[in-house]
Design a protein around this ligand. Structure first.
Ligand code: NAD
Ligand code: MG
Length: 398
């Protein structure tokens, strides 16, 4: 029996995780659920899954949840970062789904890593921000880090067991990282200036949280994933080639020196990589339908357009710069995306803000976590200035 903490339980990945867990009560038991401030959703999850702990990052939400939860439910409510870290590192839990969105997920995910858990990593921003330190913490604690991002889970499945951090030894020539291209794959540069948050969040293949949906539309998601792949598989960015594949059926590929290319395919449903991580190395039913290749008929591939989608270029530049540059990129992106969603910044303002913030902050070695958190703060402050500078009229933006 695995005792699971789900960080970010009310989100898209969290709910998909609980869907898979709910299909296998003989294998998984929910130790703790966490969320930011969604009390209604947390209340119903607590009633269904009966965790030992429920954590609300927002203290007022924790108070409200504690008041509304009936005592018979037997759920203890905790609050804040300390609560998140406590349930992520408790000796009574062995598996942690890291599915908080953004930099807020770093501290609790790290707490899980440091206490040697099986960590199912969806929260790519945590790894992007702190790459080397994060992977060092995994190595020191002996935590079992399994990728949940569909592309990285696909790559992991296409690599020989036990060799996911020894690509030369495994005979790997390169990784082919697939991308859907997002909702604006065929939108002209001019039209991109007018797109709305609703259009950006309407992903053609995947149903996801708002932030990652916008990241998919700007291709920043693929940039973050390029960095994520380099850290997870201990490889260089020039060995990872992004392939736009609009059908989102091939979730990524690995090419070997003998010319073999292995791919992982499946319907675009996050329950597949989630079930793979939860049960690894076994296979369990994830509730996902069989793939019907007759209906799909054809696969297409194209190169990403870095002119219309500069975020992919900015992310690979940040990784090449190293040190604190990816943390600065990530924080600027979070702030720019939030401003876009509020209607305060146009879509093409997102890369513009990130580029000017990156140019204005010196990159220093990322050899301690406090340095990373300080650069994250500095980047957010600069981003706020740049967002005001790039601000657009809100009229017409949804
Ligand atoms: P979401 O917005 O749907 O859910 C986010 C969750 O995090 C919610 O439970 C929310 O309450 C919690 N949260 C938000 N801010 C918080 C804070 N400050 N403190 C504590 N908790 C907070 O997001 P999502 O789409 O489920 O994505 C979660 C993570 O998984 C992201 O890092 C994303 O990049 C990654 N991911 C998602 C998908 C997908 O299909 N949704 C695929 C691959 C990777
Ligand atoms: Mg992905």
């Amino acid at each position: 029996m695995r005792h699971v903490t789900v960080l970010g339980a009310t989100g898209s990945i969290g709910l998909n995780t609980l869907d898979v867990i709910g299909r296998h009560p003989d294998r998984f038991d929910v130790f703790a659920l966490t969320a930011c401030r969604q009390v209604d959703s947390m209340l119903s999850l607590c009633q269904r899954f009966r965790p030992r702990y429920a954590v609300m990052a927002e203290p007022s939400a924790a108070l409200e949840l504690a008041e509304r939860l009936p005592e018979e439910a037997g759920v203890e409510v905790l609050a804040g970062t300390e609560g998140l870290e406590a349930v992520a590192s408790s000796p009574d839990c062995d598996t942690v789904m890291a599915a908080i969105v953004g930099a807020a997920g770093l501290a609790p995910t790290l707490a899980a890593v440091r206490s040697g858990k099986r960590v199912l990593l969806a929260n790519k921003e945590a790894l992007v921000m702190s790459g080397r330190l994060f992977m060092d913490a995994v190595a020191e604690s002996g935590a079992e880090l399994l990728p949940i991002d569909s592309e990285h889970n696909a790559i992991f499945q296409c690599l020989p067991p036990g060799q996911s951090r020894d690509l030369p030894g495994a005979g790997v020539r390169r990784i082919l990282l697939t991308a859907s291209g997002g909702p604006f794959r065929e939108t002209s540069a001019e039209a991109l200036q007018q797109v709305t948050p609703d259009q950006a969040c309407a992903h053609p293949n995947w149903s996801m949280g708002q932030k990652i949906s916008v990241d998919s539309a700007t291709l920043m998601n693929k940039g973050l994933e390029l960095i994520e792949a380099c850290w997870l598989f201990d490889t260089r960015p020039d060995q990872v080639e992004v392939h736009v594949h609009p059908e989102s059926i091939i979730h990524s590929m690995v090419e070997y020196v003998d010319g073999s290319v292995l791919a992982q395919l499946g319907s675009p449903d996050m329950r597949t990589p989630i079930a793979n991580g939860l049960a690894w190395p076994e296979r369990i039913d994830a509730g996902v339908d069989s793939l019907n290749l007759f209906d799909i008929g054809r696969f297409h591939f194209e190169r990403p357009d870095l002119e219309r989608f500069p975020c992919l270029r900015l992310a690979s530049e940040a990784f090449r710069l190293g040190g604190t540059a990816p943390a600065v990129l990530n924080a600027a992106n979070e702030e720019a995306v939030a401003a876009f969603l509020r209607g305060e910044l146009g879509f093409t303002g997102i890369p513009a803000v990130i580029e000017s913030v990156m140019a204005s902050i010196a990159t220093v070695p990322a050899d301690e976590f406090p340095v990373i958190f300080e650069k994250d703060r500095e980047s957010r402050a600069r981003s706020a200035e740049q967002i005001r500078h790039h601000a657009v009229s809100v009229s017409g933006l949804g």
